[in-house]
Design a protein around this ligand. Structure first.
Ligand code: KIV
Ligand code: NA
Length: 264
């Protein structure tokens, strides 16, 4: 069982072989996705929403994310584990980005980090890469900038398409090993994918990206409520967990659990 490395993703792109990424924030999901052969696990700053119950990704801190990344890296045998750098922990300067990324590498054994942004983040990507830290970039809709972008909106439509291509190329030149594209029209994402040698990873960016990523609680139905158009639901874990909890409660209240077989 060979560990997935950043060069493997590039080789898969060269072979036109798709690869997979899911978020993971703790042991059992990480172990299960690793066992399923998911190539990349992202400890996303979406833990802000999905673990810490914030409304946006903005409030989550480095100190909150580090224990989650540590749990995930301890839980995998094959998957590449990418740690998301949270809002405010890297934008100020390349030095700030480097010091934050080093914490994820040293304290949590991350295999790579991810950060959001296009041209303004090129110095950060270069600094990290030159300092030995693999960087995954993230362009298109970037949730940490949702207030600047005016909410959840598709990016790169019309004239803005050329800008997305320019960003991806600049991030590649700066040393990024892959680039996530979020909520970009499928034809634009296809053009970007052809315009760079590094793999592209889509979320709401169509089928022509080299890889795909989803937030697992969305894809597997642990979270309920309104879902983005790009989410496909593969399971109803909320329904299953609800049923189990209700059945347990009914058993306890009705005196049928524990039974003799559960009793010393
Ligand atoms: O934090 C996250 O979950 C992400 C992915 C959806 C790309 O950044
Ligand atoms: Na993120």
């Amino acid at each position: 069982l060979k560990r997935v490395r950043t060069h493997h993703l590039r080789e898969m792109k060269q072979r036109s072989e798709k690869f997979t990424m899911l978020t993971a924030y703790e042991q059992y999901a990480a172990q299960t996705f690793d066992e399923a052969g998911i190539d990349v696990l992202l400890v996303g700053d979406s833990a802000s929403n999905n673990v810490f119950a914030n409304e946006t990704s903005l409030p989550v801190t480095v100190d909150e994310l580090i224990p989650l990344v540590r749990a995930v890296t301890r839980s995998v045998r094959r998957s590449l584990v990418v740690a998301d750098l949270p809002f405010g922990s890297y934008q100020a300067s390349p030095e700030q980005a480097y010091l934050t990324a080093v914490r994820f590498m040293k304290e949590a054994n991350a295999h790579a980090v991810k950060l959001e942004g296009g041209l303004p983040m090129v110095p950060q990507v270069r600094k990290l890469t030159e300092g030995g830290i693999p960087v995954m970039a993230h362009i298109g809709f970037t949730p940490q900038s949702e207030h600047n972008l005016g909410g959840y909106r598709v990016q790169g439509r019309g004239d803005a398409a050329a800008q997305v291509i320019e960003e991806a190329q600049a991030l590649e030149a700066a040393g990024a090993f892959a680039v996530v594209m979020e909520m970009v029209p499928g034809d634009v994402a296809a053009q970007v994918t052809k315009s760079v040698d590094i793999p592209t990873i889509g979320i709401g960016a169509g089928v022509d990206c080299d890889g795909q990523v989803l937030v697992w609680q969305d894809a597997f139905g642990l979270r309920t409520g309104r879902m983005a158009k790009f989410v496909k639901q593969y399971a109803d874990l909320h329904g299953e967990l609800l049923r189990a909890a209700q059945e347990y409660a009914a058993d306890v209240k009705g005196g049928t659990f524990p039974g003799p077989e559960h009793t010393f």
